[in-house]
Design a protein around this ligand. Structure first.
Ligand SMILES: [Zn+2]
Length: 554
């Protein structure tokens, strides 16, 4: 990846006033005033190039589990931003189109791969809000490895009843739904009307606003969501479900509805196991603000695959198991995505680290809530060996990258943990994290927005920091040497990275068993070490994602 392709925003460095640590304040003031003067990356913003606005969907589907088939329609209502002679949306080539109308008039279309292109004629009336109605049917692609491979999951429960799920994050919702399938377009409302064979329950996003027997062998369930939703977050689940209902009392004493849909024979086990949802809600609420979809409640839905962050309808298939830290990874991870992925959504898969890094970081904060900061460090250290550093985390904008490593998860979490330790002021760090969600909730954002926000909120120029960690596969290297001279010990150190402006406050033993902060930058610096036993030298453990190398200074 070439750095000039990455468009970070630099901000003007404001004077800063950290509330503690005078020597560190002076150090950081010097550090960041120097950096801000030098560092001006390309400010040009990326256009989101969405062609539709104020989008809503009304999806109507009948599901035939035995034939692994669906039949239905999607009514797409939207404000065209720049009306053209064509309207283009997506539907997987596997699915057949029966007909399409634009504002109730039939319209001709062509298909190219997964794109459907409507030819708008002069005889077609355009409206302030256009309505495209697509009738379609067919056998949607089947996921070979859910949730990583896209498609439907046609499964059976252990009693032989259909148990059906859907996962399409990697490929997009067009694998089952005609839609404007892009990360930077979110429908503001989605109504899902789903007919399933009698005896089964269909569970989807938002609230259940109606259900009834159709007396033709099918039962209808109508779900509605009123929050902006990313396309891969739209979903449906079908099974012989039991509905468990609970409530969580928010910090402001308001009630949040908790709904669990599990296979009937798992009801008792699920009721016990899902108790951990309440302390999780408390923890995330403390760090990020209230659950972002309060009006529609929170749902866990048992699925025939591991998990997925479907908005207000979290897919759960982890077999009611806790990890060695005493929590269910899928509940905590996928639910944290309600804040990062569903509420705050990245503009494209090239910026997907925003979803996964913050979400994975929230896992460690959950451990911190439940068992304290030392245990959280142990959790992070468990993730550390999984960092691969094989390629940069940030992809060129617009590239639909298929991630083959886990660096957007574990390395991402460690980047945020490192930033917390460099800032070295938990009040500031956690206020910034809280405000980050409050500022961008329900919005689509770019990597530049993250850099810009934390720079401004923490009053630190952070472009070199993020640029170094996101745009290079290598992490910064702290090089040091200890030299004995005239009866004194000198510590020589520098920080090597792809950013010549990068300087980081790092704690190391500058006294016997006492950590002090030095500002490490690209130039060699030295300080006295008041001890002779070199084995006493260490960088504060479990604090920074850096490589530490001793090398001969002279
Ligand atoms: Zn995730």
């Amino acid at each position: 990846m070439q750095l000039d392709l990455i468009k970070f925003i630099s901000i003007v460095c404001k004077s800063i006033c950290f509330s503690r640590g005078l020597s560190l304040i002076v150090g950081i003031l010097l550090l960041f005033s120097t950096v801000s003067a030098k560092h001006r990356l390309n400010r040009k913003s990326i256009q989101l190039n969405a062609e539709v606005d104020s989008l809503s969907y009304a999806i109507q589907l009948r599901i035939f589990p035995e034939q692994k088939r669906l039949q239905g329609s999607n009514k797409m209502v939207f404000k065209p931003i720049h009306p053209k002679n064509t309207i283009e949306f997506q539907l997987h080539a596997n699915l057949n189109i029966d007909s399409i109308t634009l504002n109730r008039q039939h319209i001709n279309y062509s298909r190219s791969s997964d794109n459907v292109i409507l030819q708008v004629l002069k005889t077609h009336k355009r409206m302030q809000f256009d309505t495209v109605m697509v009738y379609y049917n067919g056998n949607p692609i089947v996921s070979k490895n859910p949730p990583w491979q896209p498609g439907f999951v046609w499964s059976k429960d252990s009693l032989g009843f259909p148990f059906i799920g859907l996962a399409c994050e990697s490929e997009g919702a067009n694998c089952w739904l005609p839609c404007f399938d892009a990360w930077n377009i979110e429908p503001l409302q989605v109504k899902l009307t789903i007919d399933v064979p009698e005896g089964l329950t269909a569970v989807a996003n938002g609230q259940l606003i109606g259900s009834g027997n159709l007396n033709d062998g099918f039962h209808r369930f109508v779900w509605q969501t009123h929050y902006p939703i990313n396309h891969y977050g739209i979903t449906l689940n079908i099974g012989k479900y039991t509905h468990l209902s609970d409530r969580y009392t928010r910090m402001d004493k308001a009630q949040l509805q908790l709904n669990y849909y599990v296979l009937s024979y798992h009801a008792q086990q699920a009721a016990r196991h899902f108790e951990q949802v309440k302390p999780m809600m408390r923890c995330f609420e403390k760090f990020l603000g209230e659950y972002p979809f309060s009006n529609e409640g929170y749902k866990l839905v048992e699925t025939p695959y591991w998990g997925m962050e479907h908005q207000t309808c979290v897919a759960y298939g982890n077999g009611f198991k806790n990890n060695e830290f005493g929590f269910d990874f899928i509940i905590i991870h996928e639910s944290a995505h309600e804040w990062f992925a569903n509420s705050i959504t990245a503009q494209s898969r090239s910026d997907m680290w925003i979803h996964e890094s913050f979400t994975t970081y929230m896992e460690s904060l959950f451990v911190e809530c439940m068992a304290g900061p030392e245990r959280a460090k142990t959790y992070l250290l468990n993730q550390y060996p999984k960092i691969q550093n094989q390629r940069p985390i940030l992809e060129t904008f617009g590239i639909n990258r298929q991630y083959k490593d886990n660096d957007i998860y574990y390395k991402g979490a460690w980047i945020l943990h490192t930033l917390r330790n460099c800032i070295d002021n938990d009040t500031l760090w956690f206020n910034a994290l809280f405000d980050f969600h409050q500022t961008f909730k329900y919005q689509i954002i770019r990597t530049e927005d993250v850099v810009d926000f934390f720079s401004a909120r923490c009053r630190i120029e952070l472009a070199p920091f993020f640029n170094s960690y996101l745009c290079s596969k290598n992490v910064p290297v702290l090089e040091y040497d200890i030299i004995h001279k005239n009866g004194l010990n000198e510590l020589h150190f520098r920080l090597k990275s792809n950013q010549k402006e990068l300087e980081m406050p790092i704690k190391m033993t500058l006294g016997k068993n006492r950590f002090e902060t030095i500002i490490a930058g690209p130039e060699w610096q030295l300080t006295d070490l008041p001890y002779t036993d070199e084995s006493l030298f260490q960088v504060k453990p479990a604090s920074y994602l850096i490589e530490i190398k001793r090398r001969k200074r002279f």
